[in-house]
Design a binder for this molecule. Sequence first.
Ligand code: ZN
Length: 294
Amino acid sequence: MPELPEVQTIVDDLDRKIKGLTIVNVWTDWPKYFKRSIGGWEAFKKTVKGKKIKKIRRIGKNIIFDLSDDKEILIHQKLTGHLLVGHWQIKNNQPISTEKGLLAEKVNDYIHAIFWLSKNKMMGFSDLRKFGKILMTDKKDFNNLKDLKNIGPDPLTPKFGFNEFKSLISKKRGPIKKILMDQNVVSGIGNIYSDEILFVAKIHPLKKAEKLGDKELKAIFEAAKKILKKAVKLRGASISDYRDTAGKAGRYAEVRLVYQREGEKCPRNCGAANQRLKINGRSAHFCPYCQIYA
Ligand SMILES: [Zn+2]
């Protein structure tokens, strides 16, 4: 699933490429995406036409489009979704990329929703598993969306400081990896970056949040800012389906430390090999020597 760096890359791309344009039309072969939008797909299609995209921003892993007439669109890419800017033609209810190169590659060719925009631009939603979510709401109801209501602070916001982080984590019980991935504690961190952050902080993923001292919490807090900033700079990690809006892979996967590197040598050269274990059905990757459970 795209995490903070991947979603931020998409948001920055979109803000650069399609901000200020007007939505002319929209198509889908998967109306279920819109089931949480008031009135469903039919109402979405009707209302969205003619709206201008004023700004594109991110809340956690959600992509927000501020539209004219006090409307908001929220898109969550879920497991395999990613937004692309390109050109497509619909033939027999099947979108076909009319551009050669990256956008026509298989990973970018699961287009299940398309927005036609002014100035002959288009935004497509490629989503192999079709778990994505697209909804529209009035601005006045936006902050009450259950998708956003309990979402935790953004770890990359400059005003997010250590004391706030500490108080949020201290309220929780259970393995720190699970707590870091809880979107209601801090937002934007998922399976990849929780592994990377805990490796840098030298904390075992199973270590209980309630047992962490100030020094350990500080190490996690600083590692989170550092790793996420680095991953944004490298335009995210394309380990699975994620690509940027041009269909291009991010570069963080090449420099990742432990995520899906089970059996490989610890990057600290401590002599141990990285291991994998399951926490709540998710895999954690870590160095059993550098990240001692104590
Ligand atoms: Zn090690």
